[in-house]
Every structure is written in C-alpha cells, then in structure tokens.
Design a protein around this ligand. Sequence first.
Ligand code: ATP
Length: 302
Amino acid sequence: MINLANLTKRYGDRLAVDDLTLSIRPGAVTGFLGPNGAGKSTTMRMILGLDRPTSGTALVCGRPYHEIERPLRTVGALLDARAVHPGRSVRGHLLALARSNGIPARRVAEVLERVGLAAAAGRRAGALSLGMSQRLGIAAALLGDPGVLMFDEPVNGLDPDGVRWVRNLMRSLAAEGRTVFVSSHLMSEMQLTADHLVVIGRGRLIADAPLADLLVATAVLVRSPHAGDLAVRLAAEGCEVVRRAENELVVTGAPVERIGDLAHEAGIRLHELSPREPSLEQAYQELTADSVEYRVSEGSAR
Ligand SMILES: Nc1ncnc2c1ncn2[C@@H]1O[C@H](COP(=O)(O)OP(=O)(O)OP(=O)(O)O)[C@@H](O)[C@H]1O
C-alpha cells in the first residue's frame, strides 16, 4: 500500500506536484498516467525518498521510505534501467545489491530466472540491450521479494515481445497480492495492463478511478459477413450487442482488443473493428486537455 497525503513538490516557482492525496492498493496494477512533465517521476522519486516533498507525505506500508529498515524488502523500483555499474556482470550487480540489503544470495538466481536473464548472468551489465537492461532493472526491483513495486515507464523502447512480457509480469505480480504502481504515457498499453488508473496533469490529480469506470462509454462498431454468428458469441461473453444492419454490430461491454480476439478465436472474418465512443485514449485526452504543457499542433510532424 502506498499513501500520499497532500504531497507537494515545488522547484523554485514551479509546482511539479500539487497537493496529491491518494492511495495505491495491493492486488492490482495501478497505472499512473499524465502528459510529459505532469509530475509522475517526481511523485515516484518522493515515494522512494529520492526527493524531499516541499509539503505533505508519501508513505509506503505506513512509513516514509527513509524510516523503512531494509527497504528493498518492502519496496522495489525501476526508475532508470541504465543506472547500473557498466563493468559489473549481471549476476555481480544483483549480488552486490543483495549483499548490501541483507538479502540471501540465492535470490539472485531466482530473480534472474523470473526475468529470463539466467543465460545472460555472466554478461557485462553495460553491454546489454535496452530490453535486457529493463529486465535487469526489474530483477533488481524483485530481489527483496517486496510487497510494493514501482516502475517508471517500463515499456519505453521495448519491442512488442518485450512489451507483452512486461505486461504479463505486472499482472502476475498484482495477482500475487502485491501493490504495482506503473507510470506510462501509453494509454493503449495501460488499457491492457491496469486495473486502476491515476491520471495527473501539471502536478494535479485529474482522475483516480477503476479502469472500467473510465471505459464505461466505449462502444465498438463491428462489420463482418458473419455478424449473426459473432453477435451470439459476443452475447455469450456478456457483451451488449445491437445489430444495426445485416453485416453490422454495435458492441459494448468489452474492449476492442477482446472483441477482435473473440472473432479470431471463432474464425470469424472482420471487415471493420472500430471504437465509436471515447476509448481510454480519448477519455484521457479530454481529461488532460487543459494540462498539456507542450502541445504539438494538428498536422505537424510527430
Ligand atoms: N530537479 C528538477 N529541478 C527543476 N525542475 C524539475 C526537476 N525535476 C522535475 N522538474 C520539473 O517538474 C515538472 C515535473 O517533472 P516530472 O519529470 O516529474 O514529470 P513526468 O510526468 O515524469 O514527465 P515525463 O513523462 O516527461 O518524464 C516538470 O515541469 C519538470 O521540468
């Protein structure tokens, strides 16, 4: 459990984090969303005792970070995957961390196995690809078997396999009853990963709600030459289905990805699959419209 109460950080005349009060609960993946410069990293750094709040408190399991004995056993974090001693081996990096935190050395082999780096244990940490560095950073976070985990943009720069791997890991860590707090600017990713969302803009809390609440209005238009069969299938999954024309359905109650997967599993061809109402991406854009610091104008290069 992480508890923030009136958490505030000011840099000069700039309010990076502005009076945040919220709780991040165990047994769920909580996505932490916000445009660039919204204050996500600063919030995470304050939770980890790396930045001092100007006012307010950030508690992990009821205590400020600096009062936690052997903190790696309580909270593990990945903030910057490249922050390793480049000359050390993968195993050596983790062993040094384990030693300085009173963690038994056998945990090193366990976490290397869990993140799929067992075969790379002897490689130099500085020579790893970005994806492998992320895995090493995650291994370090898991070393003390902590109940609270925080990841700052863990899928940045990963290929689709890496992204899927991180997603599954987050979900399994939450299923084990841990608190998983993960920042991202990728709404589509959070839509697939998170159970709960915290959205901030210009340091202020914009939304703190279950993912399902932010997706409530989502309806998906589906066109298929076998719309009737698909409608039966979707209804059996608990979706609400309106047949608008011979080949056309409007479906609510499942995200677009799930509908596509169901059609695929049933071997039903689709001619169109498109969200009609606000998706999380759209809901997020509306929520943060007033708080984007640097906006790219329509039509300019991205
Ligand atoms: N050490 C610092 N000194 C001065 N200003 C800072 C410092 N660190 C962050 N800021 C400012 O605080 C605000 C919040 O930054 P922060 O990095 O927390 O945002 P973020 O949501 O993590 O953004 P991004 O997604 O771009 O990483 C920004 O305006 C940033 O310029």
